[in-house]
Structure formats: structure tokens, C-alpha cells
Design a protein around this ligand. Structure first.
Ligand code: SF4
Length: 361
């Protein structure tokens, strides 16, 4: 049994995936927590006296984030008020169970918890959306809706920051994904540790440089309770391909994760590149690069029986929206009128179902 490389005199019980150091449990905890503290202070993520909503899914990342933020807040006197914010996507056998874990975290960490549901916000659960769209592109709906739901929850709670559990592996995967997709706009901002939600509440990533394997190790040795089942709709997520690639590369050289993040941070998009201009959605006022934001387009598609609206080129979406407008069947009047009976492209008749349309307002 080797001695702990931090020279504490104890035996090492683990090898850090990030650095290869052999450490005892206590020295690992200290190294892990100090690195998160360093990330927070170096990037000046929080101002004292502010309120932070922790996006809590019940998974390992958000559970460790909540635990470590509470610990660091007390140890280093950040003077922050911490609250938990969860999104219920309505995925049976996944989110319902993971929310039980979040409720346990709420009690254990003594933090208030707010749960926002897709059903309340959009009128649809992910189970219902998958029944319409199938198992391809479902994560597009889920991701777009979740992002907005978190911002709405943060606004409702009147918090100053929204902290998410994105870890180093997530960021590296996102860099790879944006390169593979040629998405310059996202590539340009995906490594930022602080991003603007568009509603004035900054999103921060305190675990940005923390390896996923170390998060799992930390949760294991700290005996934290978290939910580890994968989403039932996950296997078809495009991100999964980037994840497999990254895991294969990590086996060859663990530093590949940090290298990809640092490469992403150093990238500068050429000024002549065609970048989207951010504006406000004409319907829900949410920040968007289009006249109508992605969430409103996806929702309109669902509500009008055109679930593929918003999947694909924005020019095609614009044309369909304009054609619907010409048919005097805009979403506002149509969807708020019971049984209006107007024809919409691809839909035989409006039905009562449309009367319950929940365009984001
Ligand atoms: Fe949503 Fe897809 Fe994640 Fe499941 S895997 S929670 S459907 S984004």
C-alpha cells in the first residue's frame, strides 16, 4: 500500500483520475474541495450576500455541487444563500424517481427546493412529447425546454445566480459536439464559466474543471445519496456519440479532457464569421437569435400536430410560420379559441386539444 502523496503519513487508498496522485481519503476530499474553491474564487463566480439557485436533478453532479457549495460556503464564509431548483420533465421511471433524491437532498442539506414542471410551463410532459416525435430529436425538445424552465424558475425565485453541475467531461463533450456540428456560435461560448441567461441571471459552472470520475469518487467516499439511473430516452442523444469518443480518448490519456477545454477556451471565432444576433422572442420575450424563439417554435409544432417544426433549418420554420400566419391561423388566436376549426398545414382540423395550448407567456 503506497503512502499518500500529500505526505500526511496515511496510506493512499485511491489514485486521482485527473492527476494520477495516490491519495488517502481525507487528502482527496481536501484536494477536490480546494480545487472547486479555487475555481470559484479565481473566476469570481459569486458576490457575498447573494442568493444562488443550484440546478438539482438528483444526479451525482448536482448532488456533489450542492454538498460542496454548502461546505465551502460555511468553510470560506462566502455568505451565500443556497436554494435548490429542479425541473420535472415528466419522464416516468426517471425524473419522478430522481426528484425523490432531490427531496432527500433538500432535507439533508437544509435548502429550500422549487420544482418547475414541463406540464405546467408548456402543457406537455416529455413522455407525451416522445409519443408525438418518437425517440429521435426528443432531447432537442427536452434541452430547449429545460434551459428556459431553469431561467423561469430562477426568475421566480428572484435569485442572483443559477449554478449548474456541468463538469469538465460535459464541457469537453460540448466542445467536441459543437466542432462536429460546425456550430460556431455555441463553440464560441460553450467553455465560458459564466454565461448570460438573457434574463439577467448569470449561469455559473463551479465544477467546470472537475472530472466526472472524481465526482463519482467524491460522492462514493462521502457516502452522498444520488440517483444514478440514466434517462430512459437517453440512448439516442447525439451527445452520447461525443461522450463515447471522449471516454475512449481519456483511456489513452486522461489529460485529454483538460486539453479539449483549454483548446475551446483559446479558440477565437473569426470576426468575419456569420454569427447570430441575439434579440428577444416576439412571443415570450425570451432571449433568441430568431424572431420567434426555439421553445415557442417547438411548442407551436407540438400544439398544431407538426412536431417536426423547429427540427431542421430555421428558414424552413420561418416559411411554415409565415404560411400559417397567411392562413389567418396564428398561434395566438388559434390556440386560445376553443374548437376554431381552421385548417393548418399538415393538420386536418384544429381540435379541442389546441384550446389547451400553452404558449409561453
Ligand atoms: Fe431530456 Fe434527453 Fe436528457 Fe432524457 S437524455 S433528460 S430526454 S435531454
Amino acid at each position: 500500500m503506497p503512502l499518500c502523496s500529500a505526505n500526511c503519513g496515511s496510506n493512499a487508498i485511491l489514485k486521482r483520475p485527473k492527476t494520477g496522485d495516490a491519495l488517502c481519503k481525507e487528502c482527496f476530499f481536501e484536494a477536490f474541495e480546494n480545487e472547486v474553491h479555487f475555481t470559484i474564487t479565481k473566476a469570481r463566480l459569486f458576490e457575498p450576500g447573494k442568493t444562488v439557485a443550484i440546478a438539482a436533478s438528483g444526479g451525482k453532479d448536482s448532488t456533489v455541487l450542492a454538498y460542496v457549495l454548502k461546505l465551502l460556503n460555511e468553510k470560506f464564509k462566502y455568505n451565500l444563500k443556497l436554494v435548490l431548483l429542479s425541473i420535472d420533465e415528466g419522464i416516468t421511471g426517471y425524473r419522478d424517481d430522481s426528484l425523490d433524491t432531490v427531496k432527500k437532498n433538500r432535507d439533508d442539506y437544509e435548502m429550500p427546493l422549487k420544482i418547475m414542471s414541463y406540464k405546467d410551463l408548456y402543457g406537455w410532459t416529455m413522455d407525451e412529447i416522445v409519443a408525438e416525435i418518437g425517440r429521435k430529436n426528443n432531447c432537442t425538445f427536452c434541452g430547449v425546454f429545460r434551459r428556459q424552465a431553469l431561467d423561469r424558475g430562477a426568475n421566480l425565485l428572484k435569485v442572483d445566480y443559477l449554478a449548474t453541475g456541468h463538469n469538465a467531461d460535459d464541457i469537453a463533450e460540448t466542445v467536441l459536439m459543437n466542432i462536429l456540428r460546425g456550430d460556431l456560435a455555441r463553440l464560441n461560448r460553450c467553455t465560458s464559466i459564466i454565461t448570460d441567461s438573457g434574463d439577467g441571471i448569470p449561469r455559473v459552472k463551479p465544477l467546470k474543471y472537475t472530472y466526472e470520475k472524481e465526482i463519482v469518487m467524491y460522492a462514493y467516499f462521502r457516502k452522498l445519496i444520488y440517483f444514478s439511473t440514466e434517462c430512459v430516452f437517453a440512448p439516442n442523444a447525439y451527445r452520447g456519440h461525443a461522450r463515447v469518443l471522449l471516454k475512449d480518448l481519456e483511456k489513452i490519456d486522461p489529460s485529454v479532457i483538460m486539453n479539449i477545454i483549454q483548446s475551446g477556451e483559446s479558440l477565437k471565432v473569426n470576426e468575419t464569421a456569420n454569427m447570430p444576433t441575439l434579440t428577444k422572442c416576439s412571443r415570450c420575450n425570451y432571449v433568441s437569435s430568431q424572431t420567434v424563439c426555439k421553445a415557442c417554435v417547438l411548442l407551436e409544432g407540438l400544439n398544431k400536430g407538426l412536431p417536426r417544426l423547429g427540427i431542421g433549418k430555421s428558414s424552413k420554420v420561418k416559411r411554415i410560420l409565415e404560411e400559417n400566419e397567411k392562413k389567418n391561423c396564428d398561434s395566438t388566436s388559434c390556440c386560445r379559441t376553443n374548437n376554431c376549426k381552421k385548417d393548418i398545414e399538415g393538420v386536418e382540423k384544429c381540435t379541442d386539444k389546441l384550446s389547451s395550448v400553452n404558449l409561453i407567456k
